[in-house]
Write a protein of this length. Structure first.
Length: 227
């Protein structure tokens, strides 16, 4: 089977009504795998189309999440775990899994990004916030599991990343400061938590945050500053 034939078959399946093209895509995936191996580059558009067409079947969420994870793992194997396409696939899966309360799957997605040997300087600017979201998601999971040391390291990585993305301030930087401050307060490290909360307030002022947001931070600062 030629690349042109694969392209035409994928296009035809995508044009079918609803998920009618799914059987043809599944058969195409199996054939391409048999002819070119499970990591053949020609499988890329087939995996993409499988996920897109399956997403049209709203009643088959399990199949969609399973295919999405398989696609992310395929991308990691072919392009590497730190490739932008791989990161995007894992983050999309993480959000989809969280939306449907599939927490173990969401955690696997966040962890895959957090564990990747990422060179932040080599990533496109639009991918950096996705890495941040994965770090926060995985940190929250580790915090919920009581692994506070690991959660702290992840929140610190997220803060450093957002300092790099928007050193002058952004809502994401304010959130990163808040997450780490809350964790440190939970650990009893009040002085460090207070310094982060003050940075958070300065950041919120710089981005013209709402009075409600500032009030909440002021309450945290007052609590941490109290004897």
């Amino acid at each position: 089977m030629t690349d042109s034939e694969i392209t035409n078959l994928v296009a035809h399946a995508l044009q079918q009504e609803g998920s009618d093209g799914l059987p043809a895509l599944t058969a195409l995936r199996d054939r391409v795998q048999a002819e070119r191996g499970p990591l053949g580059p020609a499988l890329g558009p087939v995996w993409d189309a499988l996920v897109e067409v399956t997403s049209r079947r709203h009643e088959d969420l399990d199949a969609l999440l399973q295919l999405s994870e398989q696609r992310a793992r395929w991308l990691a194997s072919v392009h590497g775990p730190a490739d932008p396409a791989t990161i995007r696939a894992w983050v999309e899966l993480g959000f989809a899994a969280e939306d449907e309360y599939f927490e173990p799957l969401a955690t696997r997605a966040w962890e895959a990004v957090a564990a990747a040997p990422i060179d932040l300087d080599a990533l496109p600017a639009d991918v950096l916030p996705l890495v941040s979201q994965a770090l926060r998601g995985f940190a929250a999971s580790r915090r919920a599991a009581g692994a506070l040391d690991e959660a702290r390291r992840l929140f610190e990585r997220d803060l450093a990343l957002n300092d790099k993305i928007a050193p002058a301030g952004s809502p994401q930087l304010a959130l990163s400061l808040q997450n780490l401050a809350a964790l440190l307060e939970r650990r009893g490290e009040r002085a460090q938590a207070l310094a982060l909360r003050r940075r958070q307030r300065d950041t919120l002022v710089a981005i013209a945050a709402s009075r409600d947001q500032l009030t909440a931070v002021d309450e945290a600062i007052a609590r941490l500053a109290a004897p």
